[in-house]
Design a protein around this ligand. Structure first.
Ligand code: ADP
Ligand code: ZN
Length: 730
């Protein structure tokens, strides 16, 4: 029997959020403490947060052990959450304190409940409208019924607090004292379900039964964009609510949340809790606390919502499960899809992975019987997957510095005449990827990275896409000082906008790229305007591939279908296949059939051919066979190690030593490759060296890696990042 309560003075082990590498002993405070209690403890002169993890180790002089300062007034961390954090730490080779930080990212966690002054939309319009007042009203309307603190509201509207106060006097904004952290309204599973098609109903029933079983299980929900996956998994959410348990829906992109919240409200009569970087601190704190005491039925959020302290989580949906943004690329390196499965397994919860183009990992898990597969085969209504074809660029007549082929141009002209929309897709932000000096051949690079600077004409600057550094566009070459010889090479979306506007002077052209907006709100408004038909031709990056619905769009032209196939990334083929299908899927959602044209210089490339043929099963089978033969994920295990330092010699020396002292890895049959300069050999002034470790699927890779890495002492300037199953190779 594990001890669950400690009396005053008994030793407890506290895991803190500080990077100490171990659990510290403290004496339980007056009134004692339960295991899992969130506490505040003294550390040197500071007070820090932690969680009672278990009994103390007692290996320190009792008299010198300090006492827990106080137990915070929040629901204690549940056993399954502690287990989850420990397992996640082991899996990702992350210290447990870092996992605890992920799980406690709210400010004022221990503040006593009380009241605070909040501001909401008032009842009357101000008699005189100013820009500042309009901005305040817009924020309040945008966020539905949510309330703000004075500072939050003023900050979000970009006005002074006096503007808000003035509006209170006019009755345009209401001011009231509200209790902190109120419960979210209950969602009603019977509020507004749609009549499902037989296909959808069958899928919904399978999921509902799985959720009702109260057991762990995982399902891949596959279906083309528009087939009703969302409708189906909302029924799984309904089943979860009926069972009295909580549900979590993860979305890959904050920009999609607004539209999704409206759908939840239509289905369940109320809005759910929200958790992502766009949510105010006040709201985050409320969400964290309410989730913990079971007063939030459904959370819609980003990957970090997996680390909320659910009271009873019964369902996790990972929408667009193949999306690369689920992989956290700095700090704790984790893949939200894997963590969702881990979390559900320990909770008797169901996981639903939804996608039109599943990851090979999920295909493999279906194949091996670990996941159930549900498929929605047709689009809702009459629309079908667009007709796909390749444009062979080798035989198109196109002058240098132009990228829209005559064939694509004719197709766009045709759409313009019919009053339909076209999308020109190019996955490259900015104006041009290269700025070249025509006199000496110099390409302008970043001072701190081994990367070219990308011209952003809209911002009138050059920008490094690695570190974000910018500098003004020079007029003389920084290398040879020649004047006016710098020229833009290659296309970015901004440049495509120029070319398309020149081809179709009367068309309304809009460039859609995440860096062109001052705020998420501005972007949302623009997207809504486009969807309503305010644009004839959309030029877009990856941003448009994700979930937005443009009903008048019937043509997708991909400027460079070969782009993603370059490079050494093990997932290059998979990514290209997914992205092309996602983008093509934007066309013809409504009742007019769509068409997708892919510009390529290698129409005979196996990947391009399978995209055009639309034969998914064949593509996945071929891709799986290749990975199997190479022993790489998902059929083998891999870890990427990146060493970095400002001193190039030091990184290589460590890399070489690691490659040599590979005993712990060899013992499990794993191989080390490298050291080699990373594809981007310098970022932010730090030199980067990579090693790759490959092992068999069943090998205990994490333990071996921990033992291996533990052999080396890192100097202060050296950093080692271990990435289990790396998704990107940079
Ligand atoms: P997916 O998630 O697969 O892209 P959605 O669930 O978003 O598909 O469905 C696409 C569109 O079709 C949505 O506007 C949705 O409301 C509508 N739709 C899907 N199924 C039905 C249905 N059975 N009845 C009414 N509308 C539906
Ligand atoms: Zn840089």
């Amino acid at each position: 029997m594990v001890q669950s309560h400690f009396n005053e003075g008994e030793l407890v082990g506290v895991l803190t959020t500080q990077p100490l590498g171990r659990v510290l002993d403290y004496k339980a405070p007056e009134g004692g403490a339960f295991v899992g209690a969130y506490v505040e403890v003294p550390l040197g002169p500071r007070r820090i947060a932690g969680v009672v993890w278990g009994p103390g180790a007692g290996d320190y002089h009792y008299a010198k052990v300090r006492s827990v300062l106080r137990v915070l007034d929040v629901a204690p961390m549940r056993d399954e959450m502690r287990t989850f954090l420990s397992r996640a730490a082991d899996y990702t080779l992350t210290p447990r304190d870092a996992m605890l930080r992920l799980a406690t990212r709210v400010s004022g966690l221990g503040d006593p409940p009380g009241v605070r002054r909040v501001y909401r939309l008032g009842t009357s319009e101000p008699d005189r409208m100013t820009d500042a007042r309009r901005a305040v009203l817009e924020v309040l309307r945008d966020y539905g019924g949510l309330s703000f603190t004075l500072k939050e509201l003023a900050d979000m509207a970009g006005v002074g607090t006096s503007v808000v106060k003035g509006m209170v006097k006019l009755g345009a904004v209401s001011e009231e004292d509200a209790p902190r952290d109120t419960a979210y309204p209950r969602l009603d599973p019977d509020h507004g379900g749609k009549d499902l098609t037989p296909d959808q109903a069958a899928g919904a029933q399978v999921l509902a039964q799985a959720v009702a079983s109260g057991q762990y299980g995982a399902t891949l929900l596959k279906g083309v964009t528009g087939s009703g996956k969302t409708e189906v998994y909302l029924e799984a959410v309904a089943a979860c609510l009926r069972a009295g348990r909580q549900a979590l829906v993860l979305l890959p992109e904050i920009a999609l949340t607004g539209e999704f919240l409206d759908r939840v409200e239509a289905r369940f009569g109320q809005r759910p809790a929200e958790w992502h970087s766009g949510v105010t601190q006040t709201e985050r704190r409320r969400c964290w606390r309410m989730v913990g005491q079971g007063d939030a039925d459904l959370v819609v959020g980003a990957r970090s919502a997996l680390f909320l302290p659910y009271r009873d989580l019964g369902l996790i949906v990972v929408d667009e499960e193949h999306d690369t943004s689920y992989k956290q690329e700095d700090g704790v390196l984790y893949n939200a899809r894997d963590m969702a499965v881990l979390r559900a397994a320990g909770n008797g919860a169901q996981v639903v992975l939804a996608s039109a183009t599943p990851s090979l990992e999920s295909w493999a898990n279906v194949e091996s019987g670990k996941y159930r597969r549900l498929e929605l085969t047709s689009r809702f209504g009459v629309a079908v997957m667009p007709k796909m074809s390749a444009i062979d660029m080798r035989s198109e007549d196109l002058p240098g510095g132009r990228w829209v082929s005559p064939t694509l141009r004719r197709a766009m002209q045709d759409r313009l005449e019919k009053g339909e929309q076209s999308l020109v897709f190019l996955n490259r932000r900015g104006y041009a990827p290269i700025t070249l000096c025509r006199a000496c051949g110099h390409q302008i690079g970043c001072d701190d990275c081994d990367a070219r600077m990308v011209e952003h004409r809209f911002l009138k600057r050059l920008m490094c896409h690695q570190c974000g550094a910018t500098k003004p566009m020079p007029t003389v070459c920084p290398h040879c000082a020649a004047e006016d010889r710098l020229s833009a090479v290659g296309p970015g979306v901004e440049r495509m906008g120029e070319e398309v506007q020149a081809l179709f002077p009367d068309a309304r052209v809009a460039v859609l790229s995440s860096d062109l907006y001052g705020s998420a709100r501005a972007m949302k408004a623009h997207i809504a305007d486009i969807a309503a038909g305010g644009t004839d031709i959309i030029i877009g990056t990856q941003l448009v591939a994700k979930g937005h619905n443009f009903p008048k769009l019937t043509l997708v032209g991909v400027i460079d279908a070969d782009l993603g196939l370059q490079g050494s990334d093990l997932r290059a083929a998979e990514r290209t296949f997914q992205l092309m299908r996602q983008v093509a899927g934007r066309a013809g959602r409504a009742d007019i059939p769509g068409e997708a044209l892919l510009q390529t210089y290698q129409p005979d490339h196996a990947v391009i051919r399978s995209i055009v043929a639309g034969d998914e099963e064949a593509f996945w089978a071929a891709e799986a066979a290749e990975r199997k033969a190479a022993g790489v994920p998902p059929y083998g295990r891999m870890a990427g190690i990146v060493l970095s330092s400002t001193n190039v010699q030091e990184v290589f020396d460590l890399g070489t030593a690691m490659a040599r002292q590979d005993g712990p890895l060899r013992r499990i049959g794993a191989q080390v490759f490298g050291p080699a300069p990373a594809p981007i050999a310098r970022i932010r002034g730090r030199h980067r060296v990579r090693l790759l470790v490959k092992a068999e699927k069943s090998a205990p890779l994490q333990q071996a890696l921990a033992e291996w890495a533990g052999q080396f002492k890192l100097s202060k300037d050296l950093r080692m990042a271990i990435d289990i199953d790396p998704q990107s190779f940079y």
